[in-house]
Design a protein around this ligand. Structure first.
Ligand SMILES: Nc1ncnc2c1ncn2[C@@H]1O[C@H](COP(=O)(O)OP(=O)(O)O)[C@@H](O)[C@H]1O
Ligand SMILES: [Mg+2]
Length: 363
């Protein structure tokens, strides 16, 4: 049974990582990560495979020891505290349900080990099954449940000792897309109801966006940005984040002049306007332009366009265009189906505009 690390004090972080690193031989699995996760937050670590998400989570849970740096939970230093004495619990992709035990017995397992009195076990198991919407399933065996239901049993089991932080490592990875999306909504709802801090690891940005209050983006062991999903999408701090989250056009250019409140950048053989006070004429910059912020307009047949359509693919709610720019570079544009420019064909010319406030300059 995990010990309480005291109750949450006002203004105290649920989890605090200060300069945490983990080396394996000459691999920096996690490199100098500092991070503060608030009480009751749904926080996700997002990044490509191998970027250090699981290692970070395992260090918070105590399954892995930092090479350097410090981890605190509710203000208490955790580095030398073993997993079962931390106020955390972990849910893995491999659920580890016992096939020969009923749902009730699976959820009650840890409580029995901890010699919790029988009546208390019955009460706590009932409460957790209620929370994960599985009341009435007590006597079923895991193979009599759907993948999503099994997932919820694993979550109920991890919640029985009322951890102050629940750690989840790609717990929905084995489910098909529809079920995964349904479970994302349910998980967020469970977290909201419990008001427990959840730290969720995933390589799937849709998943992180759907559930998280804040997201930490990791790359090669480092935290690149910590922000709300919207801020990460609209104000990516680095080229990596801009590229990893959603689709973007990363474009090199040179600031040519100021025009009122906007700076004009020569890029793609075009003039691209952006709002930025931090650059001056002559500077080289990298811009991030989301495909949905490229505005296309049809031009008279035969008239020269600024760009040429090279590819057009119907994606359901939008059309994806590959555009050849005057510099010969190709960029992506995304146009809502039903828009005036939704039926451009390869070979057509088009006029192009950029939404000034949406063009981002990358550090
Ligand atoms: N026990 C280990 N021994 C050696 N290398 C490891 C070990 N665990 C993880 N790594 C390495 O550390 C890096 C980060 O791994 P991990 O945290 O599992 O990434 P993620 O969960 O983001 O996919 C990878 O390069 C991985 O190969
Ligand atoms: Mg992992």
């Amino acid at each position: 049974m995990a010990e309480r690390a005291g109750s949450a004090a006002p203004g105290q972080a649920a989890v605090d990582l200060a300069g945490v690193s983990r080396r394996y031989g000459d691999v920096d699995a996690v490199a100098d990560v500092s991070l503060r996760i608030e009480e009751g937050e749904f926080f996700s670590l997002l990044g490509p495979s191998g970027c250090g998400k699981s290692t970070t989570l395992r260090m918070i849970g105590g399954f892995e020891v930092p090479t350097s740096g410090e981890i605190r939970i509710r203000g208490v230093a955790m580095n030398s505290v073993p997993p079962h004495r931390r106020p955390t619990n972990m849910v893995f992709q491999q659920l580890g349900l016992f096939p020969h035990l009923t749902v009730f017995d699976n959820v009650a397992f840890g409580l029995r080990l901890a010699k919790v009195p029988r009546a208390e076990i019955t009460r706590r198991v009932a409460r957790q099954l209620e929370i994960v919407n599985l009341a009435g399933f007590e006597r079923r065996y895991p193979d009599q449940l759907s993948g999503g239901q099994q997932q919820r049993v694993a979550i109920a089991r991890a919640l029985t000792n009322e951890p102050s932080v629940l750690l989840l490592d790609e717990p929905l990875g084995a489910l098909d897309l529809r079920l995964r999306q349904k479970m994302q909504i349910e998980l967020k709802e469970i977290q909201r109801r419990l008001n427990t801090t959840f730290i969720y690891v995933t390589h799937d940005q849709g998943e992180a966006f759907a559930m998280s209050d804040r997201i930490g983006i990791m790359n090669h062991g480092r935290l690149e940005q910590v922000d709300t999903p919207r801020a990460i999408y609209h104000r990516p701090a680095t080229e990596f984040v801009a590229d990893f989250v959603g689709e973007t056009n990363l474009v090199r250019g040179k600031v040519t002049r100021r025009s009122g409140d906007t700076m004009i950048v020569a890029a793609l053989g075009l003039e691209v306007p952006l709002v930025a006070s931090s650059v001056s004429p002559g500077e080289s910059v990298t811009l991030s332009i989301r495909p949905e912020h490229v505005r296309l307009s049809r031009i008279q047949r035969g008239a020269p366009g600024m760009v040429t359509i090279r590819g057009a693919t119907f994606q359901g709610s939008f059309i994806h265009y590959a555009l050849e720019t005057p510099s010969g570079e190709t960029i992506s544009a995304r146009v809502i189906d039903g828009d005036a420019s939704d039926n451009l064909k390869p070979g057509d010319g088009a006029d192009i505009q950029f939404a000034v406030e949406q063009v981002r300059i990358m550090g």
